[in-house]
Design a protein around this ligand. Structure first.
Ligand code: FNR
Length: 370
């Protein structure tokens, strides 16, 4: 079976997934207003192509924080891939590495970061070093946090993506309705094993609920970012920046890049669509650090819109999970292929020869009901 677009992979994933797990992946916080807004906002932006530019066939590659990417699309961190497919993050890592796509590996992965890195290395073309970044929820227990950072470093991760939109877990009513609060037997967060400190307290026992293993704490502050900077030489990316004042503070605090994100609508409901926040964040940082964006990216045209509004690259969350659930590694590869082909086509139709050619002059507001 072939898949015409990301939507058809979601349909295929839905057909094979346990409905409770589908709800976990697809859902968001409360009324899911933000989940819907992320995609709807892209549809409200129009593209006005330039013509007769004699542009070369597009080259899609870009570089972010020294990482070479075959296209300006990365994989955002999503937890618990084993719920989607038995090969879990192993399959995702292989597909990403084979495609030259940066994978931001979730701290709450169901395969250990060392194993994810090993799979990525196997799959990277021509023995190239794959681009793997590590997503971190800073824990109030700094010993625990430092231990997991060391593991990510030793595994070869090349940036720390610190998720800062999660001082608490958003209210996921679908999970409540489904009474889904724990990983099924035989699955666990492999990165949290064998680490010292409080984060381990619940591990290993029958009662090791996936939420209870990790502390999402409102105590986390800019001091923790300064501390991370002290203990690690890896570039630091803040994930979940929506306010321009925070974007400024991030630059002033020496953060290396920002990922404009509302967690795919899974944290604070009614946060605006990320693509609608991007211009104000871009204005705040004045090009001092690269901007990344996730939330609702489903088409090559969405990528162009994000680039035009100031992003260096975009990232996808759910689409990779749909690919994984539908067809394992081949499914993730198909998602990346689709986005690559769509981006190539859309760039060509816009008269652009590269992502760097994309500017705001291509944008307008769509008229009519959207
Ligand atoms: C996420 N996201 C996420 N983010 C993060 O920093 N750590 C995590 O563990 C997770 N886990 C997670 C699980 C699932 C099932 C989803 C859908 C999302 C958020 C993710 O990184 C990203 O911000 C959004 O998914 C982007 O939106 P789209 O592409 O899903 O619309």
């Amino acid at each position: 079976m072939d898949y015409a677009n990301v939507r058809s992979l979601e349909e295929a994933a839905r057909a094979v997934l346990d409905p409770v797990h589908y709800d976990y992946f697809a859902g968001g916080a409360q009324d899911e207003i933000t989940v819907a807004a992320n995609e709807a906002a892209f549809a409200r932006i129009g593209l006005v192509p330039r013509i007769l530019r004699g542009a070369a066939r597009p080259r899609l590659g870009t570089t972010v924080l020294g990482a070479e990417m075959s296209m300006p699309v990365m994989l955002s961190p999503t937890a618990f891939h084993k719920l989607a497919h038995p090969e879990a993050e192993r399959a995702t890592a292989r597909a990403a590495a084979a495609a030259g796509v940066t994978m931001i590996s979730a701290m709450l992965s169901t395969v250990a970061i060392e194993d994810i890195a090993a799979e990525a290395r196997k799959a990277a073309p021509g023995g190239a070093e794959p681009s793997l970044w590590f997503q971190l929820y800073v824990q109030p227990d700094l010993g625990f946090t430092e231990a997991i950072v060391r593991r990510a470093e030793a595994a070869g991760c090349r940036a720390l993506v610190v998720t800062v939109d999660s001082p608490a877990l958003g209210r996921h009513e679908r999970n409540d309705r489904n009474d889904f609060h724990d990983l099924p037997p035989g699955m666990r967060c492999e990165n949290l094993r064998e680490l010292p400190g409080e984060g381990l307290r619940d591990l290993g026992g029958r009662d090791s609920g996936h939420v209870r293993q990790v502390v999402l704490s409102p105590e986390i502050s800019w001091d923790h970012i300064a501390w991370l900077r002290q203990i690690s030489d890896l570039p630091i990316v803040l994930k979940g920046v929506l306010h321009p004042r925070d974007a400024r503070l991030a630059v002033e605090n020496g953060v290396d890049a920002l990922l404009v994100s509302n967690h795919g609508g899974r944290q604070l409901d009614t946060t605006p669509a990320t693509i609608d926040r991007l211009p104000i964040i871009a204005e705040a940082v004045q090009g001092q650090v690269p901007l990344l964006l996730d939330g609702g990216v489903r088409r090559g045209t969405d990528v162009i819109k994000a680039l035009a509004l100031g992003a260096t690259a975009t990232a996808i969350g759910r689409p990779a999970v749909w690919g994984l659930a539908a067809a394992g590694e081949a499914g993730v590869a198909r998602v990346l292929d689709l986005l690559r082909n769509e981006l190539d086509n859309a760039l060509t139709l816009c008269g652009c020869a590269s992502p760097q050619d994309v500017t705001a002059e291509l944008l307008t507001t769509m008229e009519g009901p959207h």
